[in-house]
Design a binder for this molecule. Structure first.
Ligand code: EPU
Length: 436
């Protein structure tokens, strides 16, 4: 099947779709299963490529993975080392292999992590991860094609302060500290809902973890962990992406499975832009009520702020808002590359190196175009687009759906990484498209 989609835009998306478990939680819970002495069951698992990648990596390490109707049963009874070349081939563009370190060090005493991929939205270093592992007593050595990590003796609890509340580094610490000897304290931790759900999983496995005020997490290491049974929290990035699609196309989408508590910051912003929503027990209806959309000033941030992953889809909707919107991206230094294609479709978007519209961030006074000014409303015209990354790609898809005429969107398999059955969902919402 070709990687090219023709989208005939200009029709409001309308109807109902379902979102399942969060990509950025499910993959981590799957890694956590490595720490148990007995099998784990994870429910509400979406069929996305990242789940396939982690499944492959677990299988390479001897974990038996059975998948049926959105439920995974992961049996880590026979964890073993994998061949370096196989890990590399399976990891693809994923960044998840870095999170195998702690569990593999506990289980096998060593781990090999291939050079990492992931979306090209910034440099995306792993220095926090390696510093954490070293502080637990691991020996990290750069080798050809990746990093070899060894634990000469049992990892020791430690006290760490992150320079920035990184999601991945916080998860690294949790997955390592739960079986380390003694107490670990992490200051300036990330506290995203996906991390809280990972803590739920680890607690079910037998871990002792407390989340204190002011981003401090404390873990008392234990000698053994068992399998868990857990239903993954909902994917709030996917839910917000469809919400933005409703706004940008003048549509009305009921997102079954969307949950309010994890989306507070998004819902506030959605309302300020002029979108309306209705929350019920099963999901959230997002709709464009008609009339003008409003321009806004927005800054992305770590939780409980407005997520960076919500930014790209919403920017497409902001091209249809009246006036000047300012968006300051403070999590990644390079997450506005996708606006090039929007400009090509008729949007008026300028990017700046300055910190606009908010507090100065880590990227101010450096050479990063991390603020954007969007002037609207501008009609969008069909174009030939190449998908740059997961969220940017979905945003391009939204732009093509909002634009009059037929766009070609190339590289859509990247979108499969994080949006389950997105073409079926587009069909259910009345989108007009065909696959080459
Ligand atoms: N950072 C470092 N050094 C490190 C780790 C991170 O400098 O060792 C920096 C990053 O460069 C970035 C910032 O810290 O500027 C935040 O990165 P973080 O570690 O929080 O991101 P991540 O764990 O790599 C996860 C999600 C991303 C999401 C971010 C922020 C997964 C698999 N990925 O990435 O999701 O944007 O948290 O919420 O969980 C996506 O789903 O499309 C996606 C990119």
């Amino acid at each position: 099947m070709s990687d090219l989609l023709y989208v005939n835009g200009g029709t409001p998306l309308s109807g109902e779709i379902t979102v399942r478990g969060a990509k950025n939680f499910v993959s981590k819970a799957m890694v956590a299963a490595l720490l148990g002495e007995t099998p784990s069951t994870l429910r509400n698992v979406p069929q996305i490529r990242d789940v396939g990648v982690v499944t492959g990596l677990l299988q390479l390490h001897g974990v038996d993975v059975q998948a049926e109707n959105g439920t995974l049963v992961l049996d880590p009874s026979n964890v073993e080392s994998a061949h370096v070349a196989d890990i590399d081939a399976h990891a693809g563009s994923s960044r998840i292999p870095i999170l195998f370190c702690g569990p593999l060090l506990h289980r096998l005493g060593e781990a090999f992590i291939p050079d990492l991929g992931g979306c090209r939205i910034g440099d995306r270093p792993i220095n926090f991860h390696l510093d954490i592992l070293r502080q637990f007593g691991a020996v990290v050595e750069k080798r050809e094609g990746g990093i070899h990590i060894e634990a000469p003796r049992r990892l020791q609890g430690t006290k760490i302060a992150l320079p920035y509340p990184s999601v991945g580094a916080t998860e690294q610490l949790l997955l390592t500290a739960v079986r380390a000897e003694g107490i670990t304290e992490l200051a300036n931790a990330a506290i995203e809902p996906e991390i809280m759900d990972l803590i739920n999983v680890l607690q079910k496995m037998g871990a002792i973890i407390s989340v204190d005020t002011d981003r401090v997490i404390r873990i008392e290491g234990v000698d053994r962990l068992v399998g868990f049974q857990h239903t993954a929290l909902s994917d709030r990035i996917e839910a917000a992406s469809w919400a933005s699609a409703a706004l940008a196309t003048g549509g009305d989408i009921y997102v079954r499975g969307a949950t309010q508590p994890e989306m507070t910051a998004f819902l506030n912003t959605f309302r300020k832009v002029g979108g309306e929503f209705a929350v019920d027990d099963e999901g959230i209806r997002f709709f464009h009520p008609g009339g003008d959309l409003n321009s806004i000033v927005l800054e992305t941030d770590v939780h409980p702020g407005f997520m960076t992953d919500w930014q790209q889809p919403l920017v497409v909707a902001l091209t249809q808002a009246k006036g000047l919107s300012i968006v300051h991206e403070t999590v990644y230094e390079n997450r506005f590359g996708f606006t090039d294609a929007l400009r090509g479709m008729g949007a008026t978007i300028q990017v700046y190196k300055e910190c606009l519209g908010g507090r100065p961030c880590r990227f101010g006074q450096r050479n990063f175009y991390h603020s954007a000014v969007i002037s609207g409303p501008t009609p969008l015209a069909a174009a030939d687009i190449v998908v740059p990354d997961l969220r940017g790609g979905f945003s391009h898809l939204i732009a093509a759906l909002a634009a009059k005429g037929t766009s070609s969107v190339r590289g859509i398999s990247l979108i499969d990484r994080g949006y389950e059955h997105f073409m079926e969902k587009l069909g259910a919402l009345g989108a007009e498209f065909s696959r080459d």
